[in-house]
Design a protein around this ligand. Structure first.
Ligand SMILES: NC(=O)C1=CN([C@@H]2O[C@H](COP(=O)(O)OP(=O)(O)OC[C@H]3O[C@@H](n4cnc5c(N)ncnc54)[C@H](OP(=O)(O)O)[C@@H]3O)[C@@H](O)[C@H]2O)C=CC1
Ligand SMILES: N[C@@H](CCC(=O)OP(=O)(O)O)C(=O)O
Length: 418
C-alpha cells in the first residue's frame, strides 16, 4: 500500500471528523435545504452525469444483465432518488429529540436524546443510486460519511458526489460531510475499516468476500449488510393464485437484489397443485429450477439440487426448490440455510403465519407478501442505507434512526447523590 493512499485516506477522515461536528449541530432548515437542493440538481443533472454513467457502462461490458441494470443511472432512477431526497426533507428531524423523561425520587429528571453516530464509512456494490440514498440519509441524520462504492460505478459516483458537495455548500453546510473515495484500490477499504480515530462505524454492503475482509481487519464497529439467501414458503393451507403471483414476483421482478427469493419451499400437501403452475411461469421466464428429488418428479426440466444449492444466493434466474413435510421443517431449513435477511410464508392459516413470524430468525419476516418488499423506500423510510443482517443496533432496512443512537440526558436543579 502506498504512503500516498494512507495520507489521502487520513485526509478524508480528518475532514469527515470536522464535518461531523458541524453536521451534528446543523439546523433542520439547513439540512432540508441541502436535500432539496440535491433533489433539484439531480432532476436538472446534465450531460456530465450521463457521460460519467455511459463511461462506467462501456467499461462494464462483461457484467451480467442484472448487474448492468443496477449500474444504470437513467432518468427513472434519478427521478426516484430525487423524490427520496424530497421525502427525507419532509420527514421529522430525529436529531435532538428527547424522549422518555421521568422524574426520579432524588429529584433529577432522566431521559434520552437522539444523536448522530458521527462518521460512518460505507462500502457498497456498483449501484450509483446508493450513493444518493446514503448521502441523503447522512445529511438528515446529522452524520458525515465516507463512501466507497463499487469499482464499476466510480465515474458515476464521482459525478454524483459533486452534486452532493455543491448542495451542501449551497445550504451553508460542510461539503466534506459526504465524501467519496476516489480510487478503486481495495487497499483504501483496508484503511477505511481500521481508522477508529476518523470513523465511528463501518457499513459493508456486499457478499462473502467483503465480509471476510471486514471480519479479519476491521478495527471499527460494523453494521453488516450482507447477502440475502431469501426464502418463500408455500404452506399447507394456501391461496394458490396468490402464491403463484407472489412467488413469481419474489423471484423474477429483479434478479440482482439481495431481497429476491433464491429458494422456494413447498409443503408436500400443495406440491402437486402448486409446483407445475409456478414451474410454467419460471420456464416461460427462463428461470433454471434446481430441485429436491420430490420436486424433480413433479417438474419436468428441473435439475437436481446439490447440498450447496440450499445455501446459495444466485442473484440470477436460478431458484432452488424443496418439498417439505411440515412448517417445522420449513422453519428449520430457513434458519439453517438462510442468511437471516428476509423470508416469507404464503398461507391462509393464521397460527402458522404467527409461528413463522416468531420463529424464523431473519431481519424481515413476511406473510403473503413478496420478499422484494424488504427495502427502506417500500417500508416508508424515504431511502435506505441497506438491509442490515446484524441483530444489534439496527436490523433490516436501515433509515434515519439506524444512523443515530441515544444518549442519556439528566436534568437537575442542584441535586446531589447521597
Ligand atoms: N444487505 C444489503 O443491504 C445488501 C446486500 N448486498 C449483497 O451484496 C452482494 C452483491 O453485490 P456484489 O457487487 O457482488 O458485492 P461485493 O461484495 O462483490 O462488492 C461490494 C463492495 O465490496 C467491495 N469488496 C468486495 N470484496 C472486497 C475485498 N475483499 N476487499 C475490499 N473490498 C471488497 C467491492 O469492491 P470492488 O468494486 O473493488 O469489487 C464493492 O465495493 C450480494 O451478496 C448481495 O446480497 C447487496 C446490496 C445490499
Ligand atoms: N433494497 C433494494 C435492494 C438492494 C440490493 O440488494 O441491491 P443490489 O444487490 O445491488 O441489487 C431494493 O429492493 O431495491
Amino acid at each position: 500500500m502506498s504512503a500516498d493512499l494512507a495520507a489521502y485516506m487520513d485526509d478524508l477522515g480528518r475532514a469527515a471528523r470536522a464535518a461531523a461536528t458541524q453536521m451534528a449541530a446543523a439546523s433542520t432548515a439547513a439540512k432540508n435545504a441541502a436535500l432539496l437542493a440535491l433533489a433539484r440538481r439531480l432532476r436538472e443533472a446534465g450531460p456530465a452525469l450521463a457521460e460519467a454513467n455511459a463511461r462506467d457502462l462501456s467499461r462494464a461490458a462483461e457484467l451480467s444483465g442484472p448487474l448492468r441494470d443496477r449500474l444504470k443511472l437513467d432518468a427513472k432512477t434519478l427521478a426516484t432518488v430525487a423524490e427520496g431526497c424530497e421525502q427525507i426533507a419532509a420527514m421529522p428531524d430525529p436529531i435532538g429529540e428527547i424522549t422518555g423523561v421521568k422524574r426520579r425520587p432524588t429529584g433529577i429528571s432522566v431521559g434520552q436524546m437522539r444523536v448522530p453516530l458521527g462518521v460512518f464509512g460505507m462500502i457498497y456494490e456498483s449501484r450509483p443510486n446508493v450513493t444518493i440514498e446514503a448521502a441523503s440519509l447522512a445529511i438528515k441524520s446529522g452524520n458525515a460519511c465516507i463512501l466507497r462504492g463499487g469499482s464499476e460505478a466510480l465515474h458515476s459516483n464521482l459525478a454524483l458526489a459533486e452534486l452532493v458537495a455543491a448542495s451542501l455548500a449551497e445550504a451553508g453546510l460542510p461539503p466534506a460531510a459526504v465524501q467519496l473515495v476516489n480510487t478503486t484500490d481495495r487497499a483504501a477499504v483496508g484503511l477505511l475499516i481500521s481508522r477508529p480515530q476518523w470513523v465511528d462505524v463501518i457499513i459493508p454492503r456486499g457478499g462473502k468476500g467483503l465480509i471476510e475482509r471486514i471480519a479479519s481487519e476491521a478495527r471499527v464497529p460494523v453494521i453488516k449488510h450482507l447477502d440475502g439467501n431469501c426464502h418463500s414458503y408455500v404452506d399447507e393451507a394456501v391461496d394458490l393464485d396468490l402464491a403463484v403471483k407472489v412467488v413469481d414476483n419474489a423471484k423474477t421482478q429483479k434478479y440482482s437484489p439481495c431481497n429476491a427469493t433464491e429458494s422456494l419451499l413447498v409443503h408436500a400437501a400443495q406440491a402437486r397443485a402448486f409446483l407445475p403452475r409456478i414451474a410454467e411461469v419460471f420456464r416461460a421466464k427462463g428461470v433454471e429450477m434446481r430441485g429436491c428429488p420430490r420436486t424433480l418428479a413433479l417438474v419436468p426440466g428441473a435439475v437436481a439440487a446439490t447440498e450447496e444449492d440450499w445455501s446459495t444466493e444466485y442473484l440470477a434466474p436460478i431458484i432452488s426448490i424443496k418439498v417439505v413435510d411440515s412448517l417445522d421443517e420449513a422453519i428449520a431449513h430457513i434458519n439453517r440455510y438462510g442468511s437471516h435477511h428476509t423470508d416469507a410464508i404464503l398461507t391462509t392459516n393464521h397460527p402458522n403465519a404467527m409461528r413463522f413470524l416468531r420463529e424464523v430468525d431473519s431481519a424481515s419476516v413476511m406473510v403473503n407478501a413478496s420478499t422484494r418488499f424488504a427495502d427502506g423506500f417500500e417500508y416508508g423510510l424515504g431511502a435506505e442505507i441497506g438491509i442490515s443482517t446484524d441483530k444489534f443496533h439496527a436490523r433490516g432496512p436501515v433509515g434515519l434512526e439506524g444512523l443515530t443512537s441515544m444518549k442519556w440526558v439528566v436534568l437537575g436543579q442542584g441535586e446531589v447523590r447521597t
